[in-house]
Design a binder for this molecule. Structure first.
Ligand code: RAM
Length: 545
């Protein structure tokens, strides 16, 4: 008997071990990855040449205190000795992403020593103005775009192996023959994007600043649309769910490259973690693989992105094929859900990365309740479109229970705002998520946003990502003028400071803010900042008049 019990115990132990290792998408994964591969977009390539040679000027009033002044046409570089022009800064006049090729030629006298050049590419002037070292940032120094190239034979044409994202390039001379001279006789970039179709023009009479914001938003989106929706073509050059969601919304109202969205949704599904959680971010090369870095809110946002894709395209086949992923994501919060309808946000915060925004000290309890309810609602809508309500029939009751509990626990009736965490923090983030989830009624939401604007100590958004949700919430409660005002103030401020593409983080009070403790490593062409394109085009009555 004892032996039998021991045998049963061992059997179950192995069974459980085996169960843990089983890949939740074992049956589907290969096929999803195959479809992802088949839908990889072909990039559109354009050759672009520099427009001018610029000089840097220190100016406290300009972004990060640097300004550029045009000096002469870029083609003058190609005629003359480079020795005389070392340190030159070329300006391409726009943000570009691609591979740079350059040629060197001698002046008739063969070089008797190699030439060593240092190229520094910058999205913003500070990157070609400030030294990169010593580097104290939290991410790899190698993201900074400086490349040293040694040329052993002249003449020569060389393509720099690294793809770069830039508007400016500084070229320095680190070494060359002391006897002979040379020139850089050509330099161009083969710029890429997967955007094929241009966006329709805005209505006549659209305010000038809105037009500028829209154009820069389109440039940002175009640059980030490569073979996936990248978060930033300079850094991190990969597909994140949160960025994909906002980019695909903007794409629906502009370039309409739905094939790219489909490709990304399949790639994410095919690279989901073995326990079924959608991966926070994935890489395409050297072969498709996820970063093992689960992110709670992003996993749930996968469902919303899939629903929006279905709504925009009517492509039921894809949505049905990927439904299994959406269904699995709704399980994630259940582990933390108490009998009272509130999530154990502290436990979730210990076990997961909860993102919502780059803002130190932000309390995420309210946002967490909000994002779960919002994702559940969207998933239920998706299920209805696919005739799958039965498979998620618990959702409506769950949504109601969580909504009531959240309202009871987090709404401060006296102050007229939603609070978060044990210190009852008041933030823009919490108000936005309480509105988007429907926890706040229309009137409460409107009042909560008005109150938070008036509340000088409220925790403000740190990155454009959260500004998106705040503006969406404003529109939802009818604060249309405020939404327009915020869009113009926040993104318009970047325009006034010279943005060609919108930035990863921007605090109007602090040009040097960086989540990575090194502002030069911030991305200055960042996917999640492109959403004015979505607002301006989805709500023409608010933004195009
Ligand atoms: C950064 C990137 C990316 C974002 C994640 C959460 O690494 O900026 O865009 O989605 O954080």
């Amino acid at each position: 008997m004892k032996k039998l019990l021991l045998f049963i115990a061992i059997f179950f132990y192995h069974l459980m071990g085996f169960a843990q290792k089983v890949d939740f998408y074992q049956k589907e994964r290969a096929q999803w990855l195959k479809i992802a591969e088949q839908t990889t977009p072909k990039l559109v390539e354009t050759i672009k040449k520099p427009l001018s040679i610029v000089r840097l000027e220190k100016n406290e009033k300009k972004f990060q205190h640097w300004d550029t002044k045009p000096q002469t046409e870029a083609k003058n570089l190609f005629k003359d000795s480079f020795k005389k022009q070392a340190g030159v800064i070329l300006d391409f006049g726009e943000h570009l992403t691609g591979f740079v090729t350059f040629s060197v030629e001698d002046f008739g006298r063969a070089a008797d020593a190699p030439i060593r050049l240092k190229f520094t590419f910058g999205e913003v002037p500070a990157e070609v103005a400030e030294p990169f070292d010593p580097f104290k940032g939290g991410l790899s120094r190698a993201w900074l775009q400086d490349e040293i190239i040694t040329i052993s034979e002249v003449p020569k044409t060389i393509t720099i192996p690294r793809r770069v994202a830039f508007r400016y390039v500084k070229i320095e001379l680190l070494g060359s023959s002391v006897y002979s001279d040379f020139k850089i006789s050509d330099l161009f970039v083969k710029a890429t994007t997967s955007v094929k179709q241009s966006a329709v023009p805005l209505a006549k009479g659209t305010p000038e600043m809105i037009q500028k914001i829209d154009q820069i938003g389109l440039n940002t989106l175009k640059e980030c649309m490569q073979t996936v929706y990248e978060d930033g073509p300079k850094r991190d050059r990969r597909l994140w769910i949160g960025d994909l969601y906002l980019e695909s919304l903007a794409n629906i109202y502009s370039f309409k490259n739905h094939e790219l969205t489909k490709h990304c949704l399949y790639l994410l599904a095919g690279l989901s973690y073995e326990d079924g959680v959608a991966p926070s971010n994935v890489f395409e090369r050297p072969k498709p693989h996820p970063q093992i870095n689960p992110l709670f809110d992003y996993a749930l946002i996968y469902n919303v992105a899939l629903k929006e894709y279905l709504q925009a395209t009517g492509d039921k086949k894809t949505a049905l094929d990927l439904w299994k992923v959406a269904k699995k994501q709704i399980e994630i919060p259940k582990k933390y859900l108490g009998e009272d309808g509130m999530l154990d946000y502290q436990k979730a915060g210990k076990e997961w990365w909860l993102f919502f925004d780059w803002r130190n000290g932000l309390d995420k309890q309210a946002a967490l309740q909000g994002v779960v309810i919002w994702a559940y609602k969207n998933t239920y809508e998706l299920a209805k479109m696919l005739g799958k309500e039965q498979e998620v029939k618990e959702l409506p009751a769950l949504i109601q229970k969580m909504t009531e509990a959240t309202h009871r626990t987090l709404y401060d009736t006296q102050k007229g705002v939603f609070v978060s965490g044990k210190d009852q923090q008041i933030s823009y983030c919490s108000q936005a998520w309480m509105i988007l989830s429907g926890v706040a009624s229309q009137t409460e939401g409107k009042k909560a946003l008005e109150n938070v604007i008036a509340h000088t100590d409220a925790v403000k958004p740190g990155a454009p990502y959260l500004y998106h949700y705040v503006i969406e919430a404003m529109i939802q409660v009818g604060l249309k003028e405020e939404a327009k005002g915020l869009l113009i103030n926040y993104w318009g401020d970047m325009v006034n400071k010279g943005a060609d593409t919108f930035w990863e983080v921007y605090d109007p009070q602090d040009d040097f803010l960086s989540p990575y403790n090194a502002y030069l490593i911030n991305s200055y062409c960042h996917a999640w900042s492109c959403t004015p394109v979505y607002f301006i085009r989805k709500y023409p009555d608010i933004f195009q008049h």
